[in-house]
Design a protein around this ligand. Structure first.
Ligand SMILES: *[C@@H]1O[C@H](CO)[C@@H](O)[C@H](O)[C@H]1NC(C)=O
Ligand SMILES: *[C@@H]1O[C@H](CO)[C@@H](O)[C@H](O)[C@H]1NC(C)=O
Ligand SMILES: *[C@@H]1O[C@H](CO)[C@@H](O)[C@H](O)[C@H]1NC(C)=O
Length: 582
């Protein structure tokens, strides 16, 4: 054996022992130049070329090619610079000039509810009473007597504002209890049979934090707001474990069709729901899917703030993720309700209802206590706050928590998220920036709200404080976009366009045009900023060497047109370098 062969054998041995990750390209090129064949060199198993890649990574924002190995990004750049990574086994995708972006991260979904709703009566987008009734009738014909008919997504503002009543559907659903959630999840319609099952009668008082809407004679009308919904929800049979597992798989497949590769799951938790559901979903559904290899999107889970100590214990025991699929985010609380249900909390009363300022869902001192405790244990806290008063309250609480729990670099230890952040008092965006808060917002709610916001708030307030995306960004807040699915559809490309154009259906002009964002702002808010907002920016959120290879090939091949018009749809979605859709 000559010396050269001996050295080669030694190097091959070295390669087998050393983990690939500590070795970088220049090291490999030296090794390769020493060896006639480099059996373990870091060649790409997938190469995307001839693409218009937007990376979301400041160090190299645009490129035409990207090499991937073992589910991670190896190198991004021009084709000429990547050619040395290609070998006979490399799969090469010629993207034909199409735009490629990082996999979208939806910062706010209720994943299992979304999956369940795909099977339910779909009332989203319905703009006529007779169509509403027709869809319920079809569901009634397909349901066994006695079983619940569930559905949701309705928005009365689309047919002029009149609220639906049990009497609309009682005649067509004599044998089935019915529960239909409004699009915002803060109000629902029950038919009379469902009211009877739940014991909701004339003599029953409104529960704390909720309203039973009554007709002029004082009888329940079928409509229930916020915690009053609990009265019905407890009488609906629990969805079975198998139904929830199916819902996860269905929801995940649907998310992939929209280019979503990671979701921040806020759970099945709404005000009034038992907090236990989130924990049951973790053990019954997510752990099951992970351990049986069924996860196809990544999820970052949030838990009700009341259960913060349970989450803190779990993270101490197993760390902040279970696998490359399941990450533990933080805890979520509700400060107020929603605009659609007139339960968002404002300093001024609703324009058409001078007695109503909205609702505290959680008592401020209770919210302060829980936020302080959760923050102290290192958890990320997300608080739902829509009205200006609720936003001010939450910012006061965050400020007080930061001073109680001591100065530290909260950007890395705790990120305080205000979900929705839709209607802010003057000066509020500046505070957002000063506190370096994450503004987790849902641009598509702008479309839903557009029809009601002027009526509810009055012209001046609606113009002043709604959806201040650009002001928030310019004042230093970090925008993380999401959908709130199934409240709105899961559709990042649609939301980005909404944030760019701010032009609801039927409108000639943009709503507050000075708040329009650029395409790049929108893409960042759905990728790298969304990853930062849930502490996952080390792993995902941009097409950077070493990160997981989650990306989307879009249908458009013109970046200029896309940046101008905002129109594109998903051609294919890749997760960990593997095609996951179609
Ligand atoms: C990686 O490459 C750089 C130069 O590009 C070099 O300074 C560094 O030592 C290399 N690291 C390893 C682990 O080979
Ligand atoms: C890239 O794709 C376009 C459209 O298919 C094609 O016309 C062009 O020749 C391709 N360029 C390269 C360098 O392959
Ligand atoms: C929160 O409330 C609990 C129970 O009342 C109490 O023991 C705890 O000290 C409170 N924590 C803070 C930070 O106020």
């Amino acid at each position: 054996m000559n010396l050269c062969a001996l050295i080669s054998a030694f190097i091959v041995l070295l390669l087998a022992i050393l983990p690939f990750t500590v070795l970088n390209t220049s090291f490999w090129s030296i090794v390769r130049s020493l060896l006639p064949f480099a059996p373990l060199s870091p060649l790409a198993d997938l190469l995307v070329k001839n693409a218009t890649i937007y990376t979301s990574d400041d160090s190299l924002l645009y490129a035409d090619s990207m090499a991937i190995r073992s589910g991670r990004i190896l190198r991004v750049g021009s084709y000429a610079n990547l050619q040395d990574l290609v070998h006979y086994g490399t799969e090469v995708i010629d993207a034909g000039g199409k735009v490629v972006v990082p996999g979208f991260i939806d910062s706010h979904v209720h994943l299992l509810l979304g999956g369940l709703q795909l099977e339910h009566v779909e009332l989203r987008g319905v703009d006529r009473k007779d169509e509403f009734v027709r869809r319920v009738k079809v569901a009634a014909m397909n349901s066994k007597p006695g079983t619940w008919i569930l559905g949701g997504g309705w928005n009365n503002d689309l047919w002029g504002g009149e609220l639906p009543l049990a009497s609309w559907i009682d005649e067509i659903t004599p044998g089935n209890p019915v529960w239909l959630m409004r699009t915002d999840g803060h109000m629902g319609l029950a038919n009379s049979l469902a009211l009877k099952h739940a014991g909701i009668t004339k003599s029953l008082d409104d529960p704390n934090g909720g309203t039973i809407i009554r007709n002029p004679a004082g009888d329940p009308s079928g409509l229930l707001i916020d915690s009053a919904m609990k009265l019905i929800l407890v009488s609906i049979p629990e969805v079975s474990v198998n139904e929830r597992r199916d819902a996860l798989l269905r929801a995940s497949r649907y998310a992939l069709t929209r280019g979503v590769t990671t979701v921040v799951d806020i759970g099945r938790y709404f005000p009034g729901m038992p907090t236990e559901t989130s924990w049951e979903d973790l053990s019954d559904v997510f752990q099951w899917a992970d351990s049986s290899g069924r996860m196809i999107i990544r999820v970052c889970l949030f838990f009700p703030i009341e259960t913060w100590s349970r989450l803190a214990d779990l993270i101490l025991k197993v760390g902040s993720s279970m696998s490359e699929w399941i990450y533990f985010g933080g805890v979520k609380a509700f400060a107020d309700g929603s605009l659609g249900s007139s339960s968002a909390l404002f300093h001024e009363p609703y324009a058409y209802d001078p007695q109503n300022y909205g609702l505290h869902i959680m008592e401020p001192k209770f919210l302060l206590n829980l936020t302080t405790e959760a923050d102290k244990s290192g958890l990320q806290v997300a608080v739902h706050a829509i009205g200006d008063k609720a936003n001010d309250l939450v910012q006061d609480i965050f400020e007080s928590v930061a001073s109680t729990n001591g100065v530290r670099d909260r950007r890395f230890r705790v990120i305080l998220v205000i979900e929705h952040a839709q209607h802010l008092a003057p000066g509020s965006t500046v505070r957002f920036g000063q506190q370096r808060l994450i503004a987790s917002v849902q641009p598509d709610h702008l479309m839903d709200d557009a029809h009601s916001v002027f009526k509810k708030l009055g012209m001046e307030r609606a113009q002043g404080g709604a959806y201040l995306f650009r002001s928030l960004q310019e004042n230093g807040a970090r925008l993380a976009f999401g959908s709130d699915w199934p409240v709105a559809d899961i559709n990042p490309l649609g939301s980005i366009r909404t944030a760019m154009k701010r032009t609801p259906d039927g409108w000639e002009e943009a709503w507050n045009p000075s708040e329009c964002l650029t395409l790049v702002d929108g893409l960042n808010a759905y990728t790298i900023s969304a990853a930062y907002a849930c502490f996952l920016d080390e792993h995902i959120g941009s097409l950077s060497p070493g990160k997981l290879a989650d990306f989307v090939i879009l249908t458009t091949d013109s970046w200029e047109e896309f940046a101008q018009e905002g129109y594109a749809s998903v051609n294919s979605t890749y997760v960990s370098g593997k095609k996951a859709y179609p």
